[in-house]
Design a binder for this molecule. Structure first.
Ligand SMILES: O=C(O)CCC(=O)C(=O)O
Length: 275
């Protein structure tokens, strides 16, 4: 059955841990039908990708690191997920907001054998948005073991630091060539002294994380399972459209918002509370 509310209550402890750490696993939120619906949308999208698709694996290399955006605009299952799944209620609870607008979706598929890492980054520097109530649901469509899971630097969303956004390609191309942002710290060299969060995830679990949480991910060489992650971005009541020099990602255009406007329009629809 397609439940539109989380399969269980999110506890006070979980909300507290999210606010402290910037990322948390929420076990047992979605029924399997949602995952099946999204998996179908993902296969359609891989066969017929959207205009913002990116292939981040060099030609001839093993595996495939496939990234696409805005499936919800093209595939019914993804659209239904955005409006009717437990996701808006999860975002409202975790962000502590009365209203939730949907920002965008982001599909990240790492086929078995993919060596390419997802570079360390925060999400908000990619966005033309001010505000603190911005979070993502990272939803695995395959069981994920900790060694291929996205990793989060615990507490980094509270550092009050913004790191320079870069594309996930091999060259790690900069989106913005100026010094407004700090260089991303070399977290891989700080393993052992930095607290990193990552989890084993079952079907129905998700990760909720803050848009300023520093995160990255290994390739997918540890096992022969696909690693399909469907990430959705959610905005709370304090978010406003902001100007950013340089490029933003994803480059969503045509929203008609002016600087300072609430993030509320057809492209960023209000999804919570439900009518
Ligand atoms: O799935 C991944 O490898 C990275 C996910 C990510 O960076 C995100 O959802 O912002």
């Amino acid at each position: 059955m397609l439940h539109s509310e989380p399969l269980r209550e999110i506890t006070e402890e979980e909300v507290f841990a999210f606010n402290r750490d910037g990322a948390i696993r929420l076990a047992g939120m979605f029924d399997e039908e949602w995952i099946a619906l999204l998996a179908d949308a993902v296969e359609r999208d891989k066969a017929e990708p959207g205009p913002m698709v990116r292939y981040n694996t060099p030609e001839g290399a093993a595996g495939e690191f496939f990234v696409d955006f805005q499936l919800w605009q093209r595939w019914d299952g993804a659209r239904q997920f955005v409006t009717d799944s437990p996701a808006p209620a999860i975002a409202a609870r975790m962000l502590g907001t009365e209203t939730v607008n949907f920002y965008h979706d982001h599909l990240i598929v790492k086929e078995p054998g993919t060596a390419e890492r997802t570079p360390w980054h925060q999400d908000q520097p990619y966005y033309p948005i001010d505000g603190k109530m911005i979070g993502s649901i990272w939803l695995p469509l395959d069981p994920v073991s900790r060694d291929v899971c996205v990793e989060y630097v615990a507490g980094s969303h509270r550092w009050d630091r913004w790191f320079a956004p870069r594309y996930f390609d091999e060259a790690s191309t900069a989106l913005v060539e100026d010094d407004r942002f700090e260089a991303v710290p070399d977290i891989d060299n700080q393993r052992g002294t930095t607290e990193l969060l990552a989890w084993d995830l079952d079907i129905g679990d998700c990760i909720f994380f803050h848009s300023l949480s520093l995160h990255g991910a290994p390739g997918n060489v540890a096992n022969d399972r696909r690693r399909r992650g469907y990430a959705t971005r959610w905005l709370g009541e304090d978010t406003r459209f902001a100007e950013r020099p340089g490029r933003i990602s994803p480059p969503i255009e045509g929203h008609g918002l002016a600087v300072g406007d609430p993030m509320d329009c057809e492209l960023f629809p209000r999804v919570w509370p439900r009518d």
